[in-house]
Design a protein around this ligand. Sequence first.
Ligand code: GLA
Length: 341
Amino acid sequence: MRVGGTVRAWAPGRVNLIGDHTDHTGGLVLPIAIDLGTTITGERAGRTVQLTSASEPGAAVMPVDIGDPMTVEPRWGRYVAGVVSEVHPSTGFTGTVETTLPVGAGLSSSAALEVAFALALGFEGDPLDLAQVCQRAEQRASGVPCGIMDQLASAAGVQDHALRIDCTTLAVDPVPIPDDLEVVVVDSGERRALATSAYADRAEACQAAQAEVGPLRSATPHDLAQIGDTTVRRRARHVVTENERVDALAEALRTGDRRAVHDLMVDSHSSLRADFEVSTPRLDALVASLTALDGVVGARLTGAGFGGCVVALVERDAPIDVGAPQWRVRASRGAHLEGAP
Ligand code: GLA
């Protein structure tokens, strides 16, 4: 909504309950949009974009016809530039960014920035259009061939629901989070930017597997046995088994099957550690500490890995302390302009 020329847009971060490193091969994911997010406030005018951030140094300043986002400094401004270069706004924007998300902790602070800013700039389209524009913005800003999960969770969030997303059809099915469970996110404190991580390497291995056996989305264990390279075979095995776990967890949430929730989250973490090799000793230790606590139903690393956060599903109000920063998050509605329905 525009009141007196001022625009205010909000977009949530996300935490993924299960289904990591599946989106870039059209697989299944089960994220929630969370009640931590990014607000952009300002005015649409002129031919320049100028944003300052309460949590990042420097100002992001660029013309509305910015070419390559990767030339922009400070670095956080590249996500802003990515959005500008994809949205092609007719006017500029001057405003501020505030966030309740920990930046760079694996809760999709960059996706929240992109999605909020696209709305602030006046992007019009449905949540899927918004997510696709912002996924391209992220890819151009970071050089990382990321999938669509983060931006689509931020754009299409549903209060008190996880989102079962089919990254081939892009269908989004809300799955209720049981009232007696809470989502707790624990920060490992380890920070590794996606671009400097092995994300692209893992995505390439998945492409190599698909070149041999076709889409991993429909591959069978028998197909995987035909992959010659053992590392590529393990990467593909993670993806194929993780896709199965997404639907199994959605079903376990629907039926309240605690044992299945526990086993699926722990198996997902093991697969990310052993087959996809994106865990760290710190993440493994946090998952072990969490799953040993009374009241924790299941825990696993969430997002790209290489540091970042662990997600746990816990009995409501269960006291959780593993000596690391944590947030109790709720599944939130998706991005919106303030005052919009
Ligand atoms: C990052 C990417 C997502 C997804 C996850 C891993 O968050 O941006 O597209 O691939 O890693 O599941």
